[in-house]
Write a protein that binds this ligand. Structure first.
Ligand code: C2E
Ligand code: MG
Ligand code: MG
Length: 404
């Protein structure tokens, strides 16, 4: 059973041995002790440090305890075989090269070895020179993979920290210069009419096109409130210049709730407050914002209504309901996608619709892409929808396609 031992050029020894000058750490797994000893001696003589194991379970334990450069394992072993060992190792180490050996080659085990990402499949008896060559190449591959991963990690950390700050500032400035607001209709299906539009920020900086990327950049540069203010001012200007009778939904980043210019009565958007619904995403940790309840009350006093965005996206649960007491709830598209095929999603949405009706809250389903999704929403009692099926976000004021 299970004992592991270490071999060097002198043959197997108990306990672990340092590898300061060695060519790599090898785990050799074979239930036949004499074969394990012979291969360990070959690799030890070639300068590798070898740990041997005689069954899959103790080999798996060894791979969890320390890192190896290569694992060489027999396939046919009592208990856990070599393929099962490979699959188990891959759960926590995607890189370590795995060499499988077998005395009874079979197409299906060779195929499975490749499927699980084995590097080589050797037929026993393996000649010492071949074993040494395969293991040498595998060690080099592993070292290259490690260097590449470390380089990537350094690059990622530097990009996140200061290395890239000047570049990020320039890209963010370009995004702000080219910033514009798209509007996507929110429709009442029963009335075949446009109920409202959601304002969605857009810009022409290729690396910051998606709004979450743009907001992340603003956060890193400490310019979140400036970005939020710019969006709100642009929406206000559009409402001044191109009036519309529909409601306008405007997204708020959680940090904007802490910005005094949001609650200033003379702010450009405040003049349109009675027509504006502010969306607060359920993804934001509202508890971190000081006086959130008082600030929301001030917004209401100005005439704004509040929507909880992305309900069901799996973040704050229903706590945002208590903080915000919203007039509107927007159900996240992850709950809508494929709802026509999922009785579970239909049940969930049905209960949300019922709960909102009891509380006097309007409910909007986001991300409706197909007629089947729209019909499933209507079947559980919903009516207000938003999604590519009706219109994509566009310059004001896009015409809604009600189709059939
Ligand atoms: P959100 O507020 O939930 O907005 C809905 C997102 O879904 C928008 O993505 C919209 O373009 C997209 N969408 C609409 N219908 C469909 C559909 O049928 N299928 C699919 N796959 N997607 C659909 P967008 O514009 O990329 O915005 C992503 C998120 O970024 C928004 O999610 C919102 O949280 C945030 N965001 C966008 N604009 C602003 C803004 O001006 N201010 C703030 N604070 N956040 C914004
Ligand atoms: Mg939204
Ligand atoms: Mg949403």
């Amino acid at each position: 059973m299970g004992a592991t031992s270490v071999a060097s050029a002198d043959g197997p020894r108990d306990g672990l041995e340092g590898d300061a000058t060695g060519r790599g750490q090898i785990l050799l797994v074979d239930d036949e002790h004499s074969i394990a000893r012979a291969y360990a001696r070959t690799l030890g003589a070639a300068g590798f440090t070898v740990e041997t194991a005689h069954d899959g379970a103790s080999a798996a334990a060894a791979t969890r305890a320390r890192k190896f450069d290569v694992i060489v394992s027999d396939i046919t072993m009592p208990g856990m075989n070599g393929l099962e060992l490979l699959r188990l190792v891959r759960e926590h180490d995607l890189d370590v090269p795995f060499v499988l050996m077998t005395g009874g080659p079979a197409i299906d085990s060779a195929v499975r070895a490749m499927e699980y990402g084995a590097l080589r499949y050797l037929i026993k008896p393996v000649a010492p020179a071949e074993l040494e060559e395969v293991v040498t190449r595998a060690v080099r591959l592993h070292q290259m993979a490690r260097i590449k991963r470390e380089a990537l990690e350094i690059y990622r950390l530097e990009g996140k920290a200061l290395g890239d700050r000047a570049g990020l500032e320039a890209r963010f400035a370009h995004a702000m210069e080219t910033l514009w607001i798209a509007y996507q209709p929110i429709v009442s299906w029963s009335r075949r009419s446009t109920f409202a539009y959601e304002a969605l920020v857009r810009n022409e900086e290729a690396t910051l096109r998606s709004p979450p990327d743009l907001f992340e950049a603003a956060e890193r540069l400490g310019r979140l409130q400036e970005l939020g203010r710019t969006v709100r001012d642009r929406v206000a200007r559009t409402l001044d210049e191109q009036p519309t009778s529909e409601l306008i939904f405007v997204n708020l980043h959680a940090m904007e709730l802490a910005d005094d210019s949001l609650i200033a009565p003379d702010a450009p958007l405040s003049r349109h407050a009675r027509r504006v619904v502010l969306e607060v995403t359920e993804r934001a940790p509202l508890e971190q914002i000081r006086d959130v309840t008082a600030r929301v009350a001030q917004l209401r006093a100005l005439g704004y209504r509040i929507a909880v965005d992305d309900l069901g996206a799996g973040y704050a649960g229903l706590t945002s309901f208590a903080h915000l007491e919203p007039e509107v709830v927007k159900v996240d598209m992850s709950l809508i996608r494929g709802i026509d095929l999922s009785p579970m999603k239909q049940k969930l949405l049905g209960s949300i619709v019922g709960l909102c009706r009891d509380l006097g809250i309007e409910i909007i389903a986001e991300g409706i892409e197909t007629e089947a999704e729209r019909d499933a929403l209507v079947k559980v009692g919903g009516d207000l929808c938003q999604g590519y099926l009706f219109a994509r976000p566009d310059r004001p004021w896009a015409v809604t396609n009600f189709g059939s």
